[in-house]
Design a protein around this ligand. Structure first.
Ligand code: 6PG
Length: 254
């Protein structure tokens, strides 16, 4: 693991969420103080929901200057925004609708688009406009939150997917055969351009895959989470004891 990466182990999922919320607040405060804004891509799935709920409560709701926060999503299921599977719906219900963030700062992946490819293309345009990108520039998120799937996928970058080799586009549509579902996802270049990447991983069911990702051979086709190493940024693996239970002692910080 590179020097820029660290594994932080917390005793429980609750402690993990609290640590994540504190780090979110600190990163937001620092970024808004220095750049006037905090551009963050949220993760989907279930693990971050306890973090999201905390962000809507004291001290985080009042401790973050929400007018400077700009929310994006790292990936989305191609379902309507009110579908129970929607990552946007989960975040909206947990905190986005409960904090004073300007509506224009919230940029969900447009799953109302005609088809997945159109949604990906529209979101790429949204990124280019929001980051004022020109030409082939890649957006540098201040923070990208990620989860780890049991098959080592992250965002919606799944093993053996063509999306793993995407280097031209910022956002792609990808059909996940084993889920029989379309997903929209940020591509590896965007993940690697972030200032900070923070994985949130909890539960014993992630222990083996986390060990493989962190301590196994570099094999991003089978272990896509290994692609999320920032080129010039920090990588934090924020995990609970159960998920860290198979890691070698030298890797873990308490
Ligand atoms: C999604 C996520 C996905 C998730 C992992 C872990 O849309 O599902 O972006 O990459 O982070 O599958 O999910 P859990 O937190 O539910 O284990």
């Amino acid at each position: 693991m590179s020097a820029k990466a660290q594994v932080i182990v917390k005793p429980s999922p609750e402690a993990l969420a609290l640590e994540a919320a504190d780090r979110f607040r600190r990163l937001a405060t620092d970024s808004i103080a220095t750049a006037g804004s905090f551009f963050v891509a949220l993760s989907g799935g279930s693990t971050p929901r306890s973090l999201y709920r905390l962000l809507a409560e004291s001290p985080f709701r009042d401790g973050i200057e929400w007018s400077g926060v700009h929310l994006f999503w790292g990936d989305e299921r191609f379902v309507p925004a009110d579908n129970p599977d929607s990552n946007y719906r989960a975040a909206r219900e947990a905190f986005v609708s409960r904090v004073p963030i300007p509506p224009g700062n919230v940029r969900p992946i447009p799953t109302e688009a005609a088809d997945p490819e159109a949604a990906a293309a529209q979101y790429e345009d949204t990124l280019r406009r929001s980051f004022s990108l020109s030409g082939g520039e890649t957006p540098r998120f201040d923070l990208i939150l990620l989860g780890l799937g049991p098959d080592a996928h992250t965002a919606s970058l799944f093993p053996e997917s063509p999306a793993l080799d995407e280097h031209k586009h910022l956002v792609v549509a990808t059909y996940v055969a084993k889920l029989a579902a379309w997903r929209i996802t940020l591509t590896p270049p965007v993940l690697r351009s972030a200032h900070h990447v923070m994985f949130l991983i909890a539960g014993g069911d992630k222990a083996a895959v986390l060990r493989d990702v962190l301590e196994g051979p570099y094999d991003p086709r089978e272990l896509p989470a290994q692609l999320a190493q920032p080129n010039e940024g920090d990588l934090t693996w924020l995990v609970d004891e159960a998920a860290a239970s198979l890691l070698s002692a030298g890797l873990k910080w308490r």
